[in-house]
Design a protein around this ligand. Structure first.
Ligand code: NAP
Length: 251
């Protein structure tokens, strides 16, 4: 745990925290003293490893399997967290998948799977967390969207639609929950080196579009999540979308 430990006594749920950006966010919030719930879909061993690292940082946590695109599984996830901790202070809606193909080749299943997890999953978890946070009269929700939700990307009609939906959802929920001291913000990564981007063939082409001249690392995104979750300076921010993209998209 760092000297700051600004999240001591707080409970964070991070969806899709077994790998990539979610894993880095879990470690960043644990370093601030939060108890961290490491949600995952199928990587049980990786999630347990993240939990071990959280404990090495001096924090507590639990690894919980749940497909957060499924309403009953989200309900069970939140019930398990409430049983152990009795509160939820932070929610990072991070779990996401891509099923890239051009529109004319896109099957309904490719569309539906991405919408179910990347958009409906955010709705389900935010609704569950907000019920708890409204009673607490505090909470911070951070949704991971993407720059492609802002500018589109050929081959990602399903993914960019879901991510654009997350931006609209963030702004609406921020307005609904503001009066109870709950902030809701979105983080929009550009190209981050994780399993999700490992097989992208146009990697070199993308690099040319990044003014800072490198791909992002999960820790680049986690740093901003940590700021939104823990920094007093973020208390007056809500309904915002923060790009972390090496300058790829400048509005
Ligand atoms: P990643 O390395 O592929 O990790 C995905 C995580 O989501 C894993 O922990 C995975 O769990 C979990 N997950 C998958 N399906 C799930 C489900 N149905 N229920 C619960 N968890 C599930 O992805 P990433 O690159 O870190 O991406 C994290 C987020 O950032 C996503 O929302 C993604 O869209 C967004 N993003 C990424 C980039 C990028 O360049 N990487 C750019 C913009 C936005 P298992 O390990 O169990 O499968």
């Amino acid at each position: 745990m760092t000297a700051e430990a600004r999240l001591q006594g707080q409970v964070a749920i991070i969806t899709g925290a077994s790998r990539g950006i979610g894993r880095a966010a879990a470690l960043a919030l644990a370093a601030e003293g939060a108890a961290v719930v490491v949600n995952y879909a199928s990587s049980a061993a990786a999630a347990e490893q993240v939990l071990a690292e959280i404990r090495q940082l001096g924090s507590d946590g639990m690894a919980l399997q749940a497909d957060v695109g499924q309403a009953d599984q989200v309900e069970a996830l939140f019930a398990a967290v409430m049983e152990k901790y009795g509160r939820v202070d932070l929610l990072v809606n991070n779990a996401g998948i891509a099923r890239d193909t051009l529109l004319l080749r896109m099957k309904l299943e490719d569309w539906q799977a991405v919408i179910d997890l990347n958009l409906t999953g955010v709705f389900l978890c935010t609704r569950a967390a907000s019920k708890i946070m409204l009673k607490q009269r505090s909470g911070r929700i951070i949704n991971i969207t993407s720059v492609v939700g802002e500018i589109g990307n050929a081959g990602q009609a399903n993914y960019s639609a879901a991510k654009a939906g997350v931006i609209g959802f963030t702004k609406t929920v921020a307005r609904e929950l503001a009066s109870r001291g709950i902030t809701v913000n979105a983080v929009a990564p550009g190209f981050i080196a994780t399993d999700m981007t490992a097989n992208l063939k146009q990697g070199e082409e993308i690099l040319k579009q990044i003014p800072l001249g490198r791909y992002g690392q999960p820790e680049d995104v986690a740093g901003v999540i940590r700021f939104l979750a823990a920094d007093p300076a973020a208390a007056y921010m809500t309904g915002q979308v923060i790009n972390i993209d090496g300058g790829m998209v400048m509005a």
